[in-house]
Design a protein around this ligand. Sequence first.
Ligand SMILES: C[S@@+](CC[C@H](N)C(=O)[O-])C[C@H]1O[C@@H](n2cnc3c(N)ncnc32)[C@H](O)[C@@H]1O
Length: 315
Amino acid sequence: MNYGEHFSVQKEDILNLLKSNFSLEGEYNFSDLTFGAGGHTLAIAELFPKSHIYSFDQDPDALSNGQKILKENSLEERVTLIDSNFENFSKKIPLNVKLDAVLLDAGVSSHQFDTGERGFSFRFEGPLDMRMNPNAETPNAADILATYSLGELQELFSLYGEEKFSKTIAKNIVEKRTQEPILTTKQLEDICFHSYPKKLRFGKISPATKVFQALRIKVNRELDVLSDVIGQVIPRLNCNGLFMIISFHSLEDRIVKHSFKSWKDDAYPIEVLTKKPILPSSDEIFKNSRSRSAKLRVIKKVNEWPSKNKYAKKE
Ligand SMILES: C[S@@+](CC[C@H](N)C(=O)[O-])C[C@H]1O[C@@H](n2cnc3c(N)ncnc32)[C@H](O)[C@@H]1O
């Protein structure tokens, strides 16, 4: 499937932050940890014509589309596309490179959601895969459904999906898999649907939504790699460097908020620029409903520890 029309979430917010912190003529090193359809990388490259961008993705589709668009935009020299999970950030960024701004736009791309064979969405019939890197030798969603115990499934749906009916869904999965293997998105959607009380089956959110979210997070270790990379990026930021993270659900946002706070308190002089996260405008949500749950948090590495005493005099 080709990359179709794509909206990069909170692109204007990201560009405004960069514009207000850096000179458009400056020579900077930036990193985009989640290249996807390349919307953020391309916009940043255009705005800062002397910058170099190190862009990561672990999805072979994103990478081959990326090579194509970098060529079309004559950006091969200025954007290094890195075929890797961003959990390898500190190994993949050359040791002599310090970064002026790093962006992480978490989660799954529209392309991944909308490609039935990837198994991310119950809108399409497809195999229960859900690996962002389908070449990785790691368990996919069907493997998890086949091997986890009832208790483990229940815990997964409840922790990562905040699913109210996790126990019934887990019980029905365990029962169903004794009759036939659960291998497709539609099989799982059907189990979730019949696990919900009849009067709640046709609500705004499908009974399968949270289970699919939980499985996807587990398959891709999304929360682990997110919290891990925050600790790798901060030491590699230049003074005045920004780290901008867009998250899409409360589990991710909690990690970002708490990690930023604990790094600020413990290890490096950091200023949290977003006491409250920056949210997409209503206009953006109208144009791209997938942006509605986005939250952008930003920190800046600074020269000195910001004073905890707001009445302290500046030198
Ligand atoms: C939300 S999309 C990013 C969209 C992008 N900002 C744009 O403007 O087109 C997320 C992308 O990041 C990739 N991704 C997510 N987690 C990753 C990880 N841990 N390592 C590398 N790539 C990851 C996904 O494969 C997907 O292509």
